[in-house]
Design a protein around this ligand. Structure first.
Ligand SMILES: Nc1ncnc2c1ncn2[C@@H]1O[C@H](COP(=O)(O)OP(=O)(O)O)[C@@H](O)[C@H]1O
Ligand SMILES: [Mg+2]
Length: 374
């Protein structure tokens, strides 16, 4: 199922029962009734998800340089979150675009790079202020979609099934209603009470308000990560939740709708909590593997190219799995000539593989890229 926006949908008054063609002006404010969101199954699954993410938070520290993880996981998350919306790029194009100063980046790859930028901006904002505002969310979406449209102020946005052209859901169209809902959304987000179920509730609410013409899904998934940081579930944005959503995409759409139609909060919250548990565990394995590879690489350089070995040199190859001379110059403070020689030497001993992008040489940390792809 592919979702796109459709314009020129008529507004037809308001009815009590769910009608997918009609703007959802009865979307309740948060929080939902506690009997709907505090069931035994939810509380049980909450515990599992909390302990998995706590372990993930701790394990991140086995990597000496946190930029290694942030770069690696965020780019994968950006790629998959965009892929949920059928914006598809290849790993190679993506890393190439992230590293090289090339001008002819294809549009899908560009969108993923903007996604990453939007997430970084959000990350920076909450570090400065420890809260997330409506304006922050607007700014994140603006970077993502690269336009100034902001909150919807003309009707016509609906979610449609691309195959059948059927309207699945019509979000509220009145700007006053949208603004009220958003105000309530950030109030609930920023209040002291916290749980992972709350992230699921917020994500549903955000998607159902659907405040923007486009980019709601991606903005909402960035907000999820920011929530985890704000509430100290994580120190850095390293939960790779979109990999789970991609694998369970039909369920993602169905369950969102089922909250709207039937107030079926339980299945939706369980879905997200299970996603957090599963992806936290997968990310833990990934981090351990990165650590092992880092150690192995250090040993190889020490053994086969001892003259150029430094911890910083090897770490640079992990911070930038697509590396170029400039990165080495900046990180270990050597002349261009030396930096270039180092990279070629690392290629000779089999750690990197180079290729030309325009005039630049890019050196790929092949084993790391392989590991990230898995
Ligand atoms: N029934 C639904 N109710 C509310 N939101 C939905 C529903 N089905 C899908 N969505 C959300 O809408 C997003 C797509 O909206 P869109 O504005 O096009 O975002 P993007 O441009 O990031 O894809 C999906 O990723 C999903 O999060
Ligand atoms: Mg879209």
């Amino acid at each position: 199922m592919l979702l796109t926006n459709k314009t020129n949908i008529q507004i037809i008054g308001h009815m009590k029962t769910f009608n997918s063609n009609e703007p959802n002006i009865n979307l309740p404010l948060l929080p939902p009734k506690s009997s709907l969101i505090e069931t035994i199954s939810i509380l049980k699954q909450e515990n599992k998800a909390v302990s998995a993410i706590a372990e993930l938070k701790g394990i991140a520290n086995i990597i000496p340089n946190q930029a290694i993880l942030i770069n690696a996981i965020v780019l994968q998350e950006a790629k998959d979150s965009s892929e949920i919306e059928n914006i598809i790029t290849t790993q190679d194009d993506l890393y190439k675009a992230a590293a090289a100063s090339i001008t002819n980046i294809n549009p899908a790859t560009k969108e993923v790079i903007f996604y990453r930028e939007a997430l970084y901006v959000g990350f920076k904002k909450i570090r400065e202020r420890d809260l997330l505002s409506i304006n922050d969310i607007i700014e994140i979406q603006k970077i993502l979609v690269q336009n100034d449209a902001g909150i919807r102020n003309t009707p016509g946005t609906a979610l449609i099934n691309d195959k059948t052209n059927e309207i699945i859901y019509t979000p509220p169209q009145d700007q006053v209603v949208i603004n009220n809902l958003l105000k309530n959304f950030v109030e609930y987000l920023n209040d002291k009470e916290t749980s992972l179920a709350k992230m699921a509730i917020l994500h549903y609410q955000f998607e159902t308000i659907h405040p923007f013409y486009d980019g709601n899904g991606r903005t909402g998934r960035i907000v999820n990560i920011l929530f985890l940081l704000l509430k100290d579930y994580l120190d850095i944005p390293i939960l790779y939740l979109s990999s789970y959503i991609i694998k369970n995409k039909i369920k993602y759409y169905d369950l969102l709708l089922s909250v709207t139609k039937n107030s079926n909060w339980e299945d939706w919250i369980l879905y997200i909590l299970e996603g957090i548990e599963i992806t936290a565990k997968e990310t833990i394995i990934k981090i351990k593997n990165i650590r092992d590879l880092l150690d192995k690489t250090i040993e190889t350089v020490k053994e086969k190219a001892p003259k150029i070995y430094s911890k910083e040199l090897v770490e640079t190859l992990f911070v930038n799995p697509y590396c170029k001379v400039e990165f080495i110059i900046n990180s270990i403070n050597v002349e261009r000539k030396a930096a270039s020689r180092y990279l070629h030497r690392l290629e000779e001993i089999g750690l990197l593989k180079s290729y030309k992008v325009g005039k630049e040489n890019i050196f790929i940390n092949i084993e790391l890229i392989q590991l990230l792809k898995e």
